[in-house]
Design a protein around this ligand. Structure first.
Ligand SMILES: [Ca+2]
Ligand SMILES: [Ca+2]
Ligand SMILES: [Ca+2]
Length: 434
């Protein structure tokens, strides 16, 4: 009734010039106000404005102000169902995980996972429903996932919390397959934990015909017995800011990668892995030519068969390994029958009719390789028959005294080199290590 009367008053033929700024909106402003200028004599067209206290572009519909002039804090667009929270407004992304009606649709989207505004009762249901370029958002919890996905075309799977410790994938106990995810195509996984304790199945990543990138960012891989990640085909595998914990065999099996693939690991931690006759953290006997490990840590790991990084090649395709600003410390590679070192490279030469040896290289720049137990071979071990592999060490700390490695630090083409402190040197088959 009050509103009707005031609107009628504002429809009078004349409005006066502004004489004063209206007051800024108050949290519990008047249900309907007229501005001070309405009492003047100039004509104007009055409109209803709404208070937008949180400045998200949508006003509180319970506040109305009929006025001629735009005023700070008052807008024409209403529809905000929470004018104290700028993440809540029409059009906002409504997470299925928080019981908040973020898009002011009248109900809080509820589910376990979502693709856009569509919610799903399980992470599995959302993942198998996803199309190219979709973003699958998964709520916190332990999710049973066993999915085979092809031609992903840029799919993203991520946790709503951004916390891989509270959003975990594991294989269902009834699943008879071998993996949590088998994928081909571009894929990004963010903030997801992978638990190998149930059936010890990890991720299998297969590329399609074109070069694809699979990025695993801020993920945790815990308690796997066998390969955590098996990469095949032309995949570019990128691991960022992730942790590999308490695994037994390969963290990354790169055996099936081709000469159009690469492996890049940055900002990641490998710790407390390995027990018994097992392979290394990264194992490659295939054609993958490029491995980069940077700003990472490899600690507390024991390997009795193959070491932390094993690259063995039976062809003449070159490879490059770059290890930069990475700490390799307090690991064991001490079985006298098998373990030959932590970084073990071999390339058994080239085909007899080839044009000659192709150069391969190991570059270690910065970082630390110290306090490791290496009773057989050396911390860095380049096989005697691999005379086309060069080694460059650039300011690498091998420790001193009690902090040094147990055993030799470098074996290059039949010669062992004990190193002490921070070292720079380069090795090639012509001159040895200088
Ligand atoms: Ca608002
Ligand atoms: Ca709001
Ligand atoms: Ca919600």
């Amino acid at each position: 009734m009050i509103r009707t009367a005031l609107v009628a008053a504002l429809l009078l033929p004349a409005c006066g010039p502004q004489t004063a700024d209206p007051a800024a909106p108050e949290e519990s402003g008047p249900a309907l106000q007229t501005s001070p200028q309405m009492s003047s004599t100039s004509p104007c067209t009055a409109q209803l404005y709404y208070a937008d206290t949180d400045n998200d572009g949508f006003g509180d519909g319970s506040t109305e102000w009929l006025t001629c002039e735009p005023t700070t804090g008052w807008i024409l667009q209403s529809g905000d169902c929470d004018d104290s929270d700028d993440s809540v407004h029409p059009g906002a992304v409504d997470s299925p995980c928080d019981n908040v009606d973020a898009d002011c649709s009248g109900s809080a989207a509820q589910g376990v996972a979502a693709i856009g505004v569509t919610t799903y009762p399980s992470a599995q249901a959302a993942i198998v429903s996803a199309g190219p370029s979709d973003i699958v958002e998964v709520c916190p919890g332990v999710h049973e996932v066993a999915a085979t996905l092809h031609d992903l075309g840029g799919l993203t799977i991520r946790s709503s919390s951004g916390n891989p410790d509270d959003t975990v994938f594991r294989q269902p106990e009834v699943h008879e397959g071998e993996e949590i995810l088998l994928v081909s195509g571009d894929l990004t996984v963010e903030g997801i934990g992978f638990d190998g304790s149930v059936s010890d199945a990890g991720l299998v990543i297969e590329a399609g015909v074109a070069e694809q990138a699979v990025t695993l960012r801020n993920c945790v891989f815990d308690d796997f017995y066998d390969n955590v990640i098996t990469a095949r085909g032309d995949t570019h595998l990128v691991v960022e800011d992730s942790r590999f914990l308490e695994g037994s065999r390969n963290a990354i099996s790169a055996d099936g990668l081709t000469d159009r693939s690469s492996v890049s690991i940055t900002g990641s931690v490998f710790t407390d892995n390995g027990s018994g006759f097992v392979h290394g953290l990264i194992h490659s006997t295939g054609a993958c030519p490029s491995f980069t490990i940077s700003d990472s840590e490899i600690t507390g790991t024991w390997y009795a068969l193959n070491p932390l990084l094993y690259i063995g090649r039976a062809d003449d395709l070159p490879f490059e390994v770059l290890i930069e600003d990475t700490i390799i410390e307090d690991n064991r590679a001490s079985d006298t029958n098998y373990a030959t070192g932590l970084l073990h490279l071999e390339g058994w030469g080239h085909a007899p009719d080839s044009d000659g040896p192709q150069p391969s290289s190991l570059t270690v720049r910065g970082g630390r390789i110290s306090g490791n137990e290496v009773d057989f071979g050396a911390a860095i071990y380049v096989e005697s028959g691999s005379d086309h592999i060069s080694v460059t060490l650039d300011e690498v700390d091998f420790g001193t005294g009690a902090g040094a490695n147990t055993g030799d630090d470098l074996h290059y083409l039949g010669t062992n080199y004990p190193l002490d402190g921070t070292v720079s040197l380069s090795c090639d088959s012509a001159g040895g290590c200088l």
